[in-house]
Design a protein around this ligand. Sequence first.
Ligand code: TRP
Length: 362
Amino acid sequence: MKKIILTGDRPTGKLHIGHYVGSLRRRVELQNAGDYDAMYVMIADAQALTDNADHPEKVRQNIIQVALDYLSCGLDPNKITIFIQSLVPQLTELSFYYMNLVTVSRLQRNPTVKSEIQMRDFEASIPVGFFTYPISQAADITAFHATAVPAGEDQKPMLEQTNEIVRKFNATYGETLTEAQILLPENQACLRLPGTDGKAKMSKSLGNCIYLSDSPEEVRQKVMNMFTDPTHLKVSDPGHIEGNTVFTYLDAFCKDEHFAQFCPDYQNLDEMKAHYQRGGLGDVKVKKFLNQVIQSELEPIRRRRAKYEADIPFVLDVLKAGSEKAAKVAQQTLDEVRAAMKLNYFDTDEFAKEQLALFSKS
Ligand code: TRP
């Protein structure tokens, strides 16, 4: 079986370092390892509209932001296809057919949909498009016969729902669609990077994000203001690692080489943690180290961003060409789906023959 990777993001804002450790970094590694037959990365504008119907301009503005974030992280349009969801209308037709294979109660039980409904205060009036977005996500994934989806933990229920649709479709209409597997980050800290304030998730509305496009000074300030251990008042006090955002970020970002480069007092993170827990290691020193680690990770990303920002026509070409390519691939799958569902009336002469036989008065 072919190895096909598909993933995407809603263009509702610039991407932050939570996206980076949760999925972007992995995508770039997968791309560069080259161990796949095709890789697609989608800017999910249609999905973004399911909870931003009143803000089309917000979605429109963020298309280019997300594209710049992708390219500056090292996604390479010569190796992979980057595209815009709404420019692949085949996806909506697939969704329409898949809707018959999913029940309302199954969607109500989808944990991601459930928590998002709460977060958005949609309880009283849920937009149908929003409620059914797991179905459209199944279309996104299956349209490319994706076998692997690198994404964050919150996308797990989407993959389960997708695979249920695949099995139901194949059982009903014959083997057509391909099941996909989610690729989660292995590192616990990367699975769900907290906000700089220690809250469970980075979110734009909480103002607790470090963006990939932040300036060095913005990053430094955010790191120096980060939530640590509230009981660690004096440097000599023993400190706690659990729930200490600075150490969670170090878990997500730091490598042994960073110690050699920026903080040779320690060989590795375990040694630094042990000192902090013993007492005698101040937050400022740890934060300064974290700042250097994050800056060194963001440096090449910033450099690439500056290059692409100076060549926006190139970025637009990438999106246009990628979307055309994606639409071709999705059309093939749609043809297969229509054939399986017996909707391919004029693709062969079979339908004409059947009808002729039915109505011929011999
Ligand atoms: N739901 C994803 C997000 O919130 C975006 C997305 C849409 C996606 N379709 C997808 C992710 C298919 C992976 C696969 O960012």
